[in-house]
Ligand binder design. Structure first.
Ligand SMILES: Cc1cc2nc3c(=O)[nH]c(=O)nc-3n(C[C@H](O)[C@H](O)[C@H](O)COP(=O)(O)O)c2cc1C
Length: 476
């Protein structure tokens, strides 16, 4: 049997008082079965409690007061609530541990103890997370990391700060511990100018590929800060690093590049914690940057980062603030057991993308006015890509050659086609599309269902969806 003790105590409660109270509460139960002691956050430093936990050879855990206050307990106390913000510490701590309450709250002058029995599968106590305040800081850094392109200050970055950031990057996980990354620090203005020229050329090429309205929006966006930051960092990948038998890479070589990308994320987060802005620039053909930096032929560019102190970190991504794109709800991205069964942990899985489209309560709101012609086809039709406003959705056939002008959506059923259509439309709206014109050059059940989904998804987000006449009639 494994027991857990929930203990509430006032500051300065002696070991002796706690020991006597625990002895009384355990009457008939063995102290040796106590594997865990749980108290309210903040009381873990109490010397009397620490000595008690040591004498029981148990582990001490804490729980935040708000979490304790949510537990239903047999003997709540108004006084404890007034002092700690929760109507129970001892019993609530036992219940929060997942234990069955076997001895309700016993009290002494300054402390309370309750005893719980842990289910068999919980005998092994899980390693504790960080205390709440530290957890909050970690999540805050993750939420407040920003891609920064403007507002950089003309201030040098101290070597010790930069080293800490690089150390965090270098601690990233990597396939087979191959650590395929390197960091090239670039301060020289002549080198940065050459890299800048490459980015400008790619910027122009991208702008030229855009439909006119989207091009206008893009003109107002800043996409790099190569010359505005005192430091640029090129993060590279050596795909062969570690030789032939790198553990975990044999079946999926992409894991090498994933590892380098994770190092960049570590760098980005550590920089945010240090108050350094980072902007990732990918407007390059990687080999051209490699040539400017004189990289060895076997080394590839993964990310080019502009780094420096900044005036401020914006609360939301620049692409959101400028109306270029919008964030995707998490509930669309979490699938339970099988693709399409979406929903957050604890929520019943559903086709949430379709359902809230049906209820026309789309979470996404249109952010742009770009017009896209969705051409739904069964098999590849390369000539359609000549039209810059066209996005081809191919619902069958072989996987087409990689081209961002073609969305391959090989629907396995009419229902799946409908859901794919909803998702395509809603994701386009997140990327600034304000009007979709559906074209169905060749009709089939699946292509019609996908087009219906596009209509549903688009209308739920408040955009205009134009369709072939007979389709509109059949779906009305
Ligand atoms: C692989 C990658 C490449 C990116 N390339 C660029 C880029 O070339 N120019 C740019 O302005 N932002 C670039 N970004 C930044 C994204 O636009 C940014 O992460 C996204 O809009 C979300 O904003 P946030 O990072 O502030 O949360 C890139 C981000 C990633 C992960």
């Amino acid at each position: 049997m494994s027991l857990v003790l929930g203990i509430g105590l006032r500051s300065g409660t002696s070991y002796r008082e706690l020991r006597d109270l625990v002895e009384k509460a355990l009457a008939g139960l063995s102290p040796q079965d106590v594997i865990r002691v749980v108290t309210v956050e903040g009381k873990e430093t109490e010397p009397g409690l620490q000595r008690l936990v040591a004498s029981l050879a148990a582990e001490l855990f804490t729980a935040p007061s708000p979490e304790l206050s949510q537990q239903q307990v047999p003997t709540p106390s108004d006084e404890v609530e007034r002092l700690t913000g929760t109507a129970s510490v001892a019993e609530a701590a036992v219940i929060l541990s997942g234990a069955e309450l076997v001895v309700p709250k016993q009290r002494s002058a300054r402390a309370t103890v309750a005893v719980g029995k842990l289910p068999d599968n919980q005998r092994q106590p899980a390693a504790p997370g960080y205390p709440q305040a530290e957890r909050e800081t970690v999540h805050r850094v993750l939420a407040e990391r920003r891609d920064v392109r403007r507002g950089f200050l003309d201030q040098p970055i101290a070597d010790d700060v930069l080293t800490r950031v690089l150390e965090s990057a270098h601690r990233a996980p990597s396939v087979g511990l191959s650590q395929p990354w390197d960091f090239v620090l670039i301060r020289d203005i002549a080198t940065r100018r050459k890299v800048h020229d490459l980015a400008i050329a790619q910027r122009d090429a991208f702008a030229a590929s855009l439909p006119a309205d989207r091009r206008n929006a893009f003109d107002g966006l800043k996409i790099e800060a190569i010359l505005d930051t005192p430091l640029n960092i090129a993060v590279t990948c050596d795909p062969g690093r570690g030789g032939r038998h790198v553990l975990g890479r044999h079946a999926d070589p992409r894991t090498t590049w994933f590892s380098a990308a994770i190092a960049i994320q570590n760098l980005w987060l550590a920089a945010r914690a240090e108050g350094l802005g980072v902007g990732w620039v990918s407007f390059f053909e990687p080999g051209e940057v490699g040539a400017v930096l004189d990289l060895p032929a076997q080394v590839e560019l993964v990310g080019y980062l502009c780094v420096g102190h900044v005036e401020e970190f914006a609360a939301a991504p620049e692409l959101v603030r400028s109306g270029w794109a919008a964030r995707r709800p998490l509930s669309w991205a979490v699938h339970q057991e099988a693709w399409g069964q979406r929903g957050l942990p604890g929520a019943p899985p559903s086709q949430v993308i379709v359902q809230d489209a049906v209820q026309a309560e789309g979470v996404a709101k249109p952010v742009g006015s770009q017009v896209v012609h969705l051409v739904v086809v069964d098999a590849a039709q390369p000539e359609l890509l000549e039209r810059p406003e066209a996005l081809v959705v191919q619902v069958g056939g072989e996987k087409p050659a990689a081209d961002f002008g073609v969305l391959w959506r090989p629907a396995r059923s009419v229902d799946e086609a409908l859901e794919l259509g909803v998702e395509v439309a809603r994701d386009l709206v997140l990327q600034g599309v304000g009007e979709i014109v559906v074209e169905l050059p060749v009709e089939s059940d699946v292509s019609r269902a996908l087009a219906r989904g596009v209509r549903l998804g688009g209308l739920a987000c408040g955009i205009t969806v134009d369709e072939p006449g007979e389709m509109r009639d059949s779906s009305a």
